[in-house]
Write a protein that binds this ligand. Sequence first.
Ligand code: NDP
Ligand code: 2IT
Length: 450
Amino acid sequence: MVERILANLKQSNVNTDNTFLQAVSEVLSSLEPIVRSDPRYERYAILERLVTPDRVIQFKVQWVDDQSRVHINNGYRIQFNNSLGPYKGGLRFHPSVDTGILKFLAFEQIFKNSLTGLPIGGAKGGSDFDPKGKSDFEIMKFCRAFMRELYQYIGARVDVPAGDIGVGAREIGYLYGEYKRITRNYDGVLSGKPYEFGGSLMRPQATGYGVVYFAAEMLSQELQETLEGKTCCVSGAGNVALHTIEKLQQMGALVVTCSDSEGTIYDPRGIDLCVVRELKGNGARASLEGYATRVPGSVYTAKADYPAGGHAAWHYPCFAAFPCATQNELSRTDAAKLIENGCVAVVEGANMPTEPDAIELLQREGVLFSPGKASNAGGVAVSEFEMSQNASMEKWDYDKVDRKLQELMAQIYKRVSLTAKEYGCERNFVDGANIAAFKRVAEAMILEGV
Ligand code: NDP
Ligand code: 2IT
């Protein structure tokens, strides 16, 4: 059955990026044993329905830059599945965005959101707009034009977008302002809003901090280990990477790498977050090359000089690796190097950053591997906390959000590891996550009828 579904999907997705097929084939291969164990899944065509988005919305975004030139971009929202709750998932602004990438992200989001145990469905959206080099006013004008189309498809109980690559609190603020101007509605239609108008404390930190809470729980339960005094490698230098580094440092780890789309920094004395923030903060997107000129002893490797078939960040010795930039950024070559250097855990902060043959090798060699849908779910969980605060007109304090986030990450770890044990694939957190997430969504799909 799984092979037939994949063959059909291949035929209907020939013209898009193949990350969607990659994500689906990983999930379906985890589900093969469980799907055969319950005849209802076939009777209700759960798999076929699950791999087909409810709606793929595409619209034109036209805006005018600071030199009065007119630009046209594609805007998208993919509402994949709302069986568990309102559609929920981020918006990505990056030139690579197309329906293929967004389908992969929205599909993964269904499973991630299910793993949180919270009432949220799966969606993703965005644009091929490139925020790099744009002025603050251009970003504002683009966000307003984007929302002029998007507003009709979203709502606090319908679909609640948030940030992702290229979209942070600044962009969410501009998007929300335009939504409010059009609808006169002050509800929580976006999450990740600035604190001043309904944002939750700790939402900016939530994904990265959650990644480290998950890693700490996994290391303690599986290896009776902690992160204190351990060398860690991180990729990325955006929202998820910076907060992963920050929490790792708070827990006493030594983080020696970070990266952006042009290159990687290695700093054996530990990444100086103040310097990275000066280069990357507040929408500034200066190259990390500037880090090496400012911090003596650090080394910058440009992407063109990366090891063949690999990423420089994964070629330094470390105890644990945290890919936090983008999809498919950790190859089999990188996995082999991590293993050779004694790495014991790979914890995904980004969505699907590890290539399938790299995952297979890491698992085969006994490296603990956590898929993003489990370890980066803290971001969307705190988004749901924000929805909850907006609905009840409350404001939670920082400690409450932090405590709830820590509890939730520990619960996700438990759900994933117990499910893996129950289905005879102990320590395979990919299968554990896919099966646990699937069971909850499939049950809801059966109960709501076709
Ligand atoms: P940001 O835009 O804040 O940062 C993205 C980082 O990744 C930047 O350092 C960027 O480099 C780098 N990057 C982006 N695209 C590429 C590419 N094609 N090749 C190499 N490097 C690249 O995004 P986030 O930190 O929010 O997102 C990072 C990852 O985490 C994504 O996979 C996202 O889907 C996932 N995620 C995000 C959540 C959130 O709450 N924000 C929640 C859960 C997952 P440069 O500065 O040069 O562009
Ligand atoms: O991939 C993700 O989980 C996000 N980009 C965050 C989604 C959200 O709704 O907070």
